[in-house]
Design a protein around this ligand. Structure first.
Ligand SMILES: [Zn+2]
Ligand SMILES: [Zn+2]
Length: 383
């Protein structure tokens, strides 16, 4: 089998610069890449042929010998005879594609940023609301949220191209994404660089668009995202997850996911900053005789003792039973506001009993120095 001319294989002239050889080889390597042509022997041969041609023409010494002696010039190197094996070819890719999946690198994906000056598009940010219960806020929670967003098109692997033959390095800019223009001005020649109008700075020209995504490389889809909500967040707070927003067109950098915190009101507890408030109602008899009651807290029920002679309006403080501050060890308290319930109606029997009690000396209000005023209680609460 006679070998084809290396310059013909890469489709370059005998005077081509190394950059042109590289670009041309990259194009062929993507076109005939085994991942894109599984089981295709012809593609594999072309892939190897291009790799061999590149190996020789990208090396000044080998190229000189080839120019002088043809294929015989490099036979001793091993490439002139038996050709390259796949491992040799892939090890060469670090140089061509900068590592990783060549297809991705070619389109500026895989890590993002601008590659060789090419413009990489950015996906838009996505905003979602997450409803959280007080219990979830107290402990922090991992929320799995199904998000409707723009995702990479699977048909074209996000490239926007119809198939492997329908894209190539932009001819206008040679894949750099920018064009230089020299203009004559009164000050002399001026060189300006601007975004390539053909490929819009992307360095790749698509000749036939993927029909699933109309060339955008994006489709509407769903993604289930795990969001780690730290303990202590509050209504209206915004959390941000970098790169979890909408995917970018044709392998760019995805946007961020912005999570807006919404509190679900608790049935019995009210939040006040890092404190939690509970309104307790006890009857007059329990207030006078003392009792123990079960009350709700963020982490389950708790039993509290009501001392005999407890006045309405007393505030009990359960230390550390409140909410944590975000990113801090400081924790709030639960405050129990004791209300003494006065019956709105009484039976005849109850009325008689109350009439008997009301003239007792003990029932006469006699606030002393030991009673805290309303003002003092409020002050204490805000401490
Ligand atoms: Zn271009
Ligand atoms: Zn597509």
């Amino acid at each position: 089998m006679s070998k084809r001319d290396y310059y013909d294989v890469l489709g370059v002239t005998r005077t081509a610069e190394v950059t042109e050889i590289k670009t041309s080889y990259r194009k062929l390597a993507i076109k005939y890449h085994p991942d894109k042509n599984p089981g295709d022997k012809e593609a594999e041969d072309k892939f190897k042929e291009a790799a061999e041609a590149y190996e020789v023409l990208s090396n000044p010494e080998k190229r000189r010998r080839y120019d002088q002696f043809g294929h015989a010039g490099n036979s001793a190197s091993g490439y002139g005879g038996g050709g390259m094996n796949m491992d040799d070819i892939f090890s060469q890719f670090g140089d061509i594609f900068g590592g990783g999946n060549p297809f991705e690198s070619f389109f500026g994906g895989g890590g993002g940023g601008t590659r060789g000056g090419r413009r990489v598009q950015r996906g838009t940010n996505l905003r979602i609301k997450v409803k959280l219960t007080l219990e979830e806020i107290a402990k922090g929670v991992e929320k799995k949220v199904k998000v409707n967003k723009q995702v990479k098109c699977n048909t074209c692997d996000g490239t926007g191209a119809k198939d492997k033959n329908s894209y190539h390095t932009c001819n206008t800019c040679g894949g750099s994404g920018s064009v230089r223009r020299v203009t004559n001005t009164i000050l002399g020649q001026m060189q300006t660089t601007s975004t390539c109008p053909t490929c819009n700075g992307e360095g790749v020209e698509i000749t036939a668009k993927c029909t699933s995504c109309k060339g955008e490389g994006l489709v509407r889809g769903e993604e289930t995202i795990s969001i780690n909500i730290p303990a202590g967040v509050s209504e209206g707070m915004q959390l941000s997850m970098s790169g979890k927003g909408n995917a970018a067109p044709r392998g760019g950098i995805p946007g961020d996911l912005i999570i807006l915190v919404e509190e679900v009101p608790h049935e019995t507890l009210k939040r006040d900053g890092i404190n939690v408030i509970y309104d307790l109602y006890i009857n007059f008899a329990d207030a006078a005789l003392g009792t123990s009651v079960e009350i709700p807290t963020i982490d389950g029920k708790a039993k509290i003792k009501i001392e005999p002679g407890t006045q309405g309006g007393k505030i009990l403080r359960l230390k550390g039973k409140g909410l944590p501050e975000v990113n801090s060890y400081h924790k709030g308290d639960q405050l129990v506001y004791v209300n003494v319930w006065t019956p709105k109606t009484v039976s005849k029997e109850e009325k008689e009993l109350l009439e008997k009690l009301k003239n007792s000396a003990n029932f006469k209000p006699q606030p002393g120095k030991s009673e805290k005023s309303f003002f003092e209680r409020i002050k204490e609460y805000f401490e």
